[in-house]
Design a protein around this ligand. Structure first.
Ligand code: 2BA
Length: 110
């Protein structure tokens, strides 16, 4: 058995979970946030048999989109008549999904 940890954008999480449920793939949804943007995202824990991995990857590819996020930055300018803080936007690509696949030694339910 494998454990897929998929970090996806909140905007894609609903559609992805819907597809997984339809395909009979169980997942647990965790609210998370990225260390860089400090914005909310969704982490899915997906316990899955190895032969289901390829269909899982295909579903993730079909449902998670790459987007550009605009992050406001403050630039501290020291030129000009006085020190000035000038806001300027930084464009950061996010997604489609960051996925880790781990081997599971044992899984049980009681
Ligand atoms: P964040 O950490 O908020 O990162 C959002 C996006 O910012 C990243 O998109 C990447 O394009 C950019 N970014 C991240 N760290 C950067 C840095 N040090 N310098 C410049 N740009 C940086 P993605 O790569 O698509 O990542 C989306 C989210 O997936 C991340 O949100 C984080 O929550 C997670 N993630 C990505 N790589 C990871 C890793 N190696 N381990 C754990 N979580 C990861």
């Amino acid at each position: 058995m494998k454990m897929a940890i998929a970090i996806v954008q909140d905007k894609d999480a609903g559609k992805l979970l819907q597809r997984l449920t339809r395909e009979g793939i169980s997942a647990t949804r965790l609210s998370s946030s990225g260390g860089f943007l400090r914005a909310g995202n969704t982490t899915l824990l997906i316990g899955i048999e190895e032969d289901q991995l390829d269909p899982l990857v295909e579903i993730i590819k079909q449902t998670c989109r790459r987007r550009e996020e605009i992050v406001p930055q403050i630039h501290h300018a020291t030129i000009g008549p006085a020190d000035t803080n000038i806001p300027f936007p930084l464009q950061v690509p996010v997604g489609g999904a960051t996925v880790f696949i781990l081997s599971v030694d044992r899984m049980f339910k009681v």
